[in-house]
Design a protein around this ligand. Structure first.
Ligand SMILES: Cc1cc2nc3c(=O)[nH]c(=O)nc-3n(C[C@H](O)[C@H](O)[C@H](O)COP(=O)(O)OP(=O)(O)OC[C@H]3O[C@@H](n4cnc5c(N)ncnc54)[C@H](O)[C@@H]3O)c2cc1C
Length: 394
């Protein structure tokens, strides 16, 4: 969908964007198609991190969208953030997920950092002096059950000493700072107790970033394990209250889910555009594929489900923007958008016939890029757990 096409669609989804938001969304869509999309296939082939593209994203403030302007960020709202994620993901999912994890970390720092921490880490990050940021929660032995994490942080004089290993950390290979969750105290009755959050700067002795994972899709997002071997950080690197780090992590997950819901929609919109273009020009039995009723039904189902995903995602973003509790709504958005993405992308590969299975066609990459949206930022099963829990709350 071009920049021009998006606004009538958004209007019909009931989204009344202000002039400033329209301007941001239009310029990001233009930037994404002009500067991000052209190298996406090559980055997928080589796995090269989008260093230059990210530099331009940083100039536009896309790495710190919800950080207020006084701290160097873009000061955007949740709806604008979702629209930006969607636009970038249409162009390149690897770049989008790097921005998603960076924005997640920036949001946590904005919400929980002290004034001194803001000056030391948030401002330089927001001003583009630190590169992307990573959000390091998952470990080799636990992902969904992240509260069972084993990385430890021990207080030694005026420093915390970290030991342990993180896994699947987006942007780890290029991040200038990592937000790391570690156990500082024995677990209480609930294993989430006793976890704390720390800022660890790239280059800190004892911080070792592993080899980049050889992934199915989103291959340019710098995913790697990160290990800590006697890694000393100053006492001032503790973010939020000691022992309350799990709550710190969860505080940003709603926004994270909306970001991945939007990313999923972006991938699906890109696939649908590819399918429409291909189906219109490819002929079989003397007619274009789009003249078969079966193709029309596939397109109609895809458009309908995608609009539903948009509506759920925009609702969740609006609720977050109002400061409402939105656990169920953000999970519904992420669940439905990522599952819809899978269905739409699969249908568009099918519409391409054998060509959909070839690396020469964008749908093949989109198909691989889409698969992980049902896994990271909480699996589809984890989202269902949240939704049901909210339904059953007394
Ligand atoms: C490309 C990529 C990038 C990532 N980026 C990051 C990142 O930047 N930072 C970060 O911290 N993590 C990141 N992750 C990790 C991601 O969040 C986890 O992989 C995800 O949460 C699932 O955890 P797991 O892999 O340990 O699977 P598990 O938790 O072992 O789950 C395995 C399966 O069991 C199911 N399951 C688990 N518990 C339940 C339950 N209670 N009920 C029903 N089913 C259940 C799951 O849904 C899943 O299907 C990334 C992962 C990938 C693949």
């Amino acid at each position: 969908m071009s920049s021009i096409d998006i606004f009538p669609r958004l209007d019909r989804l009931g989204l009344e964007l202000g002039a400033e938001e329209r301007q941001i969304v239009a310029s990001v869509r233009d930037f994404a198609q002009r500067r991000v999309a052209p190298g996406a296939a090559e980055r997928d082939r080589t796995g090269a991190f989008p260093v230059e593209v990210l530099r331009e994203c940083v100039e536009l403030g896309l790495h710190a969208m919800k950080v207020p302007a006084e701290s160097g960020g873009a000061g955007a709202d949740d709806v604008t953030y979702a629209l930006v994620m969607e636009a970038v993901a249409e162009a390149c999912a690897s770049t989008a997920v790097v921005l998603a994890s960076s924005n997640l970390t920036a949001k946590v720092l904005d919400a929980h950092a002290t004034a001194a921490q803001r000056e030391r880490w948030l401002r330089p990050y927001a001003e583009g002096r630190l590169g992307p940021a990573s959000f390091a929660l998952t470990e080799p032995s636990c992902g969904t059950d992240a509260s069972a994490l084993r990385t430890r942080a021990t207080l030694d004089g005026d420093a915390w000493v970290l030991d342990g290993e993180k896994m699947w950390i987006t942007s780890a290979t290029h991040a200038g700072l990592h937000l790391v969750f570690a156990r500082t105290d024995e677990a209480g009755p609930r294993s989430a107790e006793g976890i704390s959050a720390f800022v660890v700067e790239a280059g800190t002795p004892g911080l070792v970033v592993g080899r980049e994972e050889d992934k199915m899709g989103q291959r340019a997002s710098g995913t790697a394990a990160v290990s800590f071997d006697g890694c000393r950080v100053p006492a001032a690197a503790l973010v939020g209250e000691r022992g309350r780090g799990y709550a710190v992590a969860l505080s940003a997950l709603g926004a994270g889910r909306v970001g991945i819901a939007a990313l999923s929609i972006g991938l699906a919109e890109a696939a649908l555009a590819e399918g429409l273009a291909y189906g219109t020009q490819r002929r079989a039995f003397g007619q274009a594929l789009t003249e078969f009723q079966n193709t029309q039904f596939v397109l109609a189902d895809s458009r309908t489900e995608l609009d539903a995903a948009w509506l759920l995602t925009l609702r969740a973003a609006r609720l977050l923007g109002r400061g409402d509790r939105a656990s169920a709504e953000t999970s519904m958005a992420k669940l439905f958008a990522s599952e819809t993405c899978a269905r739409v992308v699969d249908r568009m590969v099918q519409l391409h016939g054998g060509y959909g299975y070839s690396r020469e066609y964008a749908v093949e990459r989109i198909y691989r890029d889409a698969r992980v949206t049902r896994i990271y930022e909480g699996t589809s099963e984890a989202q269902r757990i949240v939704i049901a829990r909210e339904m059953l709350r007394a």
